[in-house]
Design a protein around this ligand. Structure first.
Ligand code: ADP
Ligand code: MG
Length: 575
């Protein structure tokens, strides 16, 4: 929580003025029972119409001034709370952007969403209520007690006995529920996660008739969360009855002793009414205080969860080295191993590979053998656990991250487009690219034709996740996006998987003819896509099962031969 307070700092003025106006309001409120007492004792008892009107007008005046103070306080509190939440969300969002892929993997998407939404809202609520009530409620409670002493010293002792009892109940319940709120937010993470997965995968779920199972899974998590919330709710709900019992007991004692003493004449009727009024004020304020404490407890738990995110180190320090052009080889991996955080075994082990300008390297192997992992080491999405990845002879860990990634055009396995226009998406490759360059990239990526026929051409809209394009179209647009950059290193991670064989072949032909002579990494499951690569790496369970040209591998690598034969059964008999 302390860490988060600095986002409240710009609102210091509001944080002082808000509670101050609340105290002003409370002060006026504390005078009201005294005015009522004199209205009864002097105005009504003596049948003095003038006093009744005067006191009545005073009451209205106090109410008006109180109202103005309250609205002013509310304004400042709301301004501070919303401003604080906005800058907090901003900070968390940009921090998430700086996190390495491993750190994001460890955190998970749904919890990031809850922390930015529900948690941040709870904290905002907490700040708002704290500014309004944290000073006011105790002030009224003790103020009312003091006023009770002013009215009548003996009766005030009832207040002295009731307040600690009430505090005991309120704080006891607070201590009990505090840890449970944290657990409830974690439960919310789970429910959000299931919901996300379900919404994203709705087609698959329907196709495999998993609706019932999915509903059951959601129900189970939702029920668990509901039970937990009900449990916390029940504990909190005990607060009101308990406090009311204590207060009403105090009220009975007060009315009884008061009545006896009014009879004797040592207390006036107005004074008894004033005392009852103060007792009621204390009750209302204690209930507000209790609610405030619940909100604060929850806000603290949520603030903790947000602070946890902010405390995660970006996990990857950028080096400062800049590219030194024309060193040979351009990309080299030396005995590289890689293990994901928390994984049981290495995803890659002992891979050595190099490629010079203009060369094409193919990577092939069964799914899960580490192909994507391998190519993600080059733009340093993950760090190798052992060995070194060098670009132009410089260890990628020493590279300035932005400069490194600017040299690389990567087409990820999952084609991802963003809401906007085709042009917006392509310009991610290079914001300064001219239309001619965009069209050239689309041409090479075999995407020009369908872009040309779309209404709007380059300005045709792209919906969220590019869902208004087919899988193959998305893939070609992501390839074009990488090409616009004119990268030194082009990485195609299974990027032709949704293309038909003819388009795939045309794409590879066009890539060979592009100028700039980038190193091209082509990851594929299809041997046909890699036939002409200068070198092909065959991966099996993260290890190199072979490295060489198509002909060399056919002769020397049984796994490659097996993959090839399974895809070209006729030629298999001929070779
Ligand atoms: P391929 O691209 O060859 O299909 P990957 O490189 O994606 O294979 O995965 C290699 C192995 O690493 C797999 O066993 C996979 O389960 C694991 N893996 C991939 N990504 C992650 C990740 N983010 N966290 C943990 N393990 C992962
Ligand atoms: Mg892959």
């Amino acid at each position: 929580m302390k860490r988060l307070l600095r986002y409240l700092k710009p609102y210091t003025k509001e944080c002082v003025l808000g509670p101050l106006f609340k105290l002003l309001e409370a002060t006026f409120e504390l005078f009201v029972p005294l005015v009522i007492a004199s209205l009864i004792d002097r105005g009504i008892a003596d049948a003095d119409g003038g006093t009744i009107w005067k006191m009545g007008a005073l009451l209205v005046g106090l109410a008006l001034v109180g109202l103005v103070s309250a609205i002013t306080a509310q304004y400042f509190a709301a301004k501070a709370a919303t401003g604080f939440a906005a800058s907090l969300k901003h900070a968390v969002f940009s921090h998430l952007g700086s996190l390495s892929f491993s750190a994001r993997d460890a955190l998970g998407t749904s919890t990031m969403v809850t922390r930015l939404t529900s948690d941040a809202d709870q904290v905002q609520n907490g700040v708002n209520l704290t500014l309004r009530l944290f000073l006011r409620s105790p002030f009224i409670v003790f103020g009312a007690m003091v006023m009770a002493f002013v009215v009548d010293g003996r009766a005030a002792w009832i207040f002295v006995a009731a307040i600690p009892l009430l505090s005991l109940v309120v704080f006891g319940i607070m201590l009990r529920t505090m840890p449970l709120y944290k657990k409830a937010q974690a439960g919310l993470d789970g429910v959000t996660g299931t919901l996300r997965e379900n919404l994203n995968g709705v087609r698959v779920i329907r196709a495999f008739r998993q609706e019932a199972d999915e509903t059951a899974r959601f129900d189970a998590e939702n029920d668990a969360l509901t039970k937990l919330n009900e449990f916390v709710g029940r504990i909190s709900a005990a607060m009101n009855p308990l406090t009311y019992v204590i207060l009403n007991a105090a009220l009975i004692v007060l009315l009884h002793t008061g009545a006896v003493r009014v009879n004797v004449g040592s207390l006036t009727q107005g004074e008894v009414v004033a005392l009852v009024n103060y007792l009621m004020q204390i009750l209302v304020e204690l209930i507000k205080l209790a609610n405030l404490i619940i909100t604060m407890t929850r806000a603290f738990a949520c603030a903790d969860r947000i602070a946890q995110v902010l405390e995660i180190k970006p996990g990857m320090e950028s080096g400062s080295a800049r590219p030194t052009e024309n060193a040979e080889p351009l990309v080299s991996l030396e005995n590289v191993s890689m293990r994901y955080d928390g994984a049981g075994g290495d995803a890659l082990s002992g891979i050595t590979l190099s490629a010079s300008r203009g060369e094409t390297v193919g990577v092939i192997g069964p799914t899960g053998c580490g192909k994507s992992t391998l190519v993600q080491l080059i733009p340093r999405f993950y760090d190798a656990t052992a060995g070194t990845v060098r670009i132009d002879g410089v260890d990628v860990k020493d590279y300035d991250l932005a400069a490194l990634r600017r040299r690389i055009g990567i087409v990820p396995q999952k084609a991802q487009l963003f809401k906007g226009t085709i042009r917006d998406n392509l310009l991610w490759g290079d914001p300064d690219a001219t239309d001619d360059r965009l069209w050239a990239a689309l041409e090479t990526a075999q995407a020009a034709e369908f872009v040309r026929t779309r209404e709007g051409g380059l300005d045709a809209p792209v919906e969220q996740n590019g869902r208004n394009f087919s899988g193959g179209q998305r893939q070609r647009l992501t390839i074009a996006r990488a090409l616009v950059r004119k990268p030194d290193i082009l990485i195609l991670d299974d990027s032709a998987s949704a293309l038909d064989l003819a388009t795939d072949a045309a794409l590879r032909r066009a890539l060979r003819e592009t100028d700039g002579a980038p190193v091209v990494f082509i990851v594929s499951q299809r041997a046909a896509s890699l036939l002409h690569a200068d070198r092909i790496l065959v991966l099996e369970d993260g290890r190199a099962a072979g490295l060489g040209t198509h002909e060399e591998l056919l002769a020397s690598c049984p796994l490659y031969r097996e993959i090839y034969d399974s895809q070209f059964p006729k030629e298999a008999t001929a070779v």
